[in-house]
Write a protein that binds this ligand. Structure first.
Ligand code: G6P
Length: 610
């Protein structure tokens, strides 16, 4: 949600910043802008639309500046237009700022500043911060002090990068609640919302924590708290490779990420399975082993796709470990004074590790004394750092806004937790061994499934014009159905609902006629017969059935107009396999409708505002 880049060094800043914006565009893409400090004054370009629109403006300009900031926006205050786009300047034109987050007390600050004679061009909270910093600079003549004093005054969240035209060798970055890191190069520094904008230039990065700022000059930097206490920060190394954030020959990141899943599922379990003992080893959980042993209840909290994997996790953990599990939308958990008992274990799931709602939920849980662990993909992200222990997905960077490979890896990791907790309790070594064996067989099954996906293309062609879809499943396949529907909604803008298959008769059945495609996850398991009854109910009302079925199940063709086969596995792992054809179905429908698959409208990859 909003991408920030800042550069200070010896290269031409414009091209570094544009490259960075392109890498960060998945964070927000309703408008983009850039400020370059050249010959003592700012050159500002900003434009509604994607980064490519901003880039085309560069054809008419040549910039030699080596200091600049840039932003790609996901609107919170003020509609997406040129004026509301960042960077924002103060009234004197000496301060230029990009901001991610929400300044909660912006209207009172704005009123105060207006009373003192300051003007505003945009409707944004961010411009208020720029003008506020400018007013303090006017008063004290000290850029750093002006930024610090302003940040001490504002409520809400920010990741900011700010420049002052009187000081052409200084860039200030600060954060509270919105991610911000900076890359440390040789005489050059790049500030960004995440590592993908930095890796092309350097692997060495410093992660800022809340209420910290960096004052960066070409010959070095200092880090301090907003209260002005100096702090020494560790320099970390980025682990992923540049190729992992490039499309690698695929038309879209989403398609690449779908096709990566045999590998990413494998990477999520690599080094963690002990097949001979029927156990798993999760090094990241070592600090909380005692609490895991004593856990009496688990609360899993997450948003979006991660919330769906949490639901699958609930079924898996309850079945394997017989510990009660509750799944909570992070946004709800935070604001309803939840009951946290001694021996409660809270698990936060987040691909990005930066989702504001999930972060707020873990802070709430920690404050109430819970043991909090994270299942996170992005290494070094805020949730990863703020949880007591955790397990990384190791799925590699996920750039497509609609989550795909993170979902399957999250279920793998939840299964590993289920096995671990189960083996600490009553799960037998024999059952542990067969679960581990089954997990190990999944990558090959995914590979096989992805070898031939032509039937999905045909189904996409047949139903691309439909306005509504239903996705149904029972047991483990119910949350998988929710995820299937979410994928279609997110990237094709077709209305789709996921439902427990049997619950359909209590409402959604009224929607079924010959215009309603119904995706059934109807795999061979202990409730297969029951699902077939639900299929018959839909078929009797002339709904168009698309079945995701187990290889070899010929009889399902009696009811289903289309069948997508997936390899056989045990019921709890079916969502891992079933997710993939549903991702592809959503993908192909969206492509056929001409949607921007990697950057669907109104969405952002990591939602860093509550
Ligand atoms: C956004 C994304 C979703 C994602 C959700 C949770 O809404 O568009 O794809 O599932 O955030 O993100 P997280 O990074 O916490 O898993």
């Amino acid at each position: 949600m909003c991408g920030i880049v800042g550069y200070i060094g010896n290269l031409q800043a414009a091209s570094v910043l544009l490259n960075g914006l392109k890498r960060l565009e998945y964070r927000g893409y309703d408008s983009a802008g850039i400020s370059l400090l050249e010959y003592g004054k700012f050159e500002n370009l900003k434009k509604v639309g994607k980064v490519s629109v901003l880039e085309s403006m560069f054809d008419e300009h040549e910039f030699n500046s080596t200091l600049g900031i840039a932003h790609t926006r996901w609107a919170t205050h003020g509609e997406p237009n040129d004026v509301n786009a960042h960077p924002h300047q103060d009234n004197s034109g000496k301060i230029s700022l990009v901001h991610n987050g929400i300044i909660e007390n912006y209207s009172s600050l704005k009123a105060q500043l207006m009373k003192s004679g300051y003007n505003f061009l945009s409707e944004t909270d961010s411009e208020v911060l720029a003008v506020f910093i400018g007013s303090l600079y006017e008063k004290f003549g000290d850029f750093e002090k002006a930024v610090r004093l302003a940040l001490m005054e504002v409520r809400g969240t920010f990741g900011i990068t700010v420049l002052c035209s009187d000081d052409p060798d200084c860039l200030i970055a600060a954060r509270r609640g919105s991610p911000l890191i900076f890359g440390v190069g040789d005489g050059e520094y790049i500030v960004a919302s995440d590592a993908s904008a930095i890796i092309q230039y350097t692997r060495s990065v410093v992660y800022l924590n809340d209420n910290e700022m960096a004052v960066i000059r070409r010959n070095g930097y200092t880090t301090k708290t907003i209260q002005n206490e100096e702090i020494i920060k560790q320099v970390n190394q980025i682990e992923f490779e540049l190729e992992s954030i490039e499309k690698g020959g695929f038309e879209h990141f989403m398609l690449k990420e779908i096709f990566e899943q045999a590998k990413t599922v494998k990477d999520s379990m690599r080094g963690r399975l002990l097949p001979d003992e029927g156990k798993v080893r999760l090094g990241g959980l070592l600090p909380v082993m005692e609490q895991l042993r004593n856990a009496k209840r688990i609360i899993i909290t997450a948003c979006g796709t991660s919330w769906h994997s949490a639901l699958v996790g609930e079924y898996i953990i309850e079945s394997l470990a017989q510990i009660p599990v509750e799944v909570e939308y992070a946004s709800e958990f935070r604001y309803r004074n939840p009951v946290i008992l001694p021996n409660d274990l809270v698990i936060a799931i987040s691909q990005s590790g930066e989702t504001a709602d999930t972060l707020a939920a873990i802070r709430e849980a920690s404050q109430k004394g819970a043991t909090v662990i994270g299942i996170v993909n992005v290494v070094g992200s805020t949730i990863a750092r703020e949880t007591q222990a955790g397990i990384y997905l190791h799925a590699g960077p996920e750039i497509g806004v609609a989550s795909t490979k993170a979902f399957t890896s999250q279920i793998v990791v939840l299964s590993l937790i289920g096995i671990m907790l189960g083996r600490m309790r009553n799960l037998s070594a024999t059952d542990g061994k067969s679960l581990v064996r089954e997990l190990m067989s999944l990558p090959e099954k995914i590979d096989r499934m992805l070898e031939n996906t032509s039937s999905i293309l045909q189904i996409a062609e047949s139903y691309k014009k439909n306005k509504n879809f239903l996705y149904l499943g029972r047991g483990y396949n119910f949350p998988a159905a929710l995820e299937g529907a979410l994928k279609l909604k997110e990237i094709s803008y077709i209305h789709a609902e996921g439902y427990p298959a049997a619950e359909m008769k209590h409402g959604p059945i009224a929607l079924i006629d010959e215009n309603m495609p119904v995706v059934f996850i109807a795999t061979k398991d202990e409730i297969y017969e029951k699902v077939i009854s639900n299929i018959e109910e839909v078929s009797a009302r002339r709904g168009k059935i698309i079945a995701i079925a187990t290889e070899g199940d010929e009889s399902i063709k009696k009811w289903a107009k289309h069948v997508i086969y997936i390899p056989e596995t045990i019921p709890m792992f079916i969502p891992i396999l079933a997710a993939i054809p549903m991702q592809l179905l959503a993908y192909h429908i969206a492509v056929k409708l001409g949607r921007d698959v990697d950057k669907p409208r109104n969405l952002a990859k990591s939602v860093t505002v509550e």
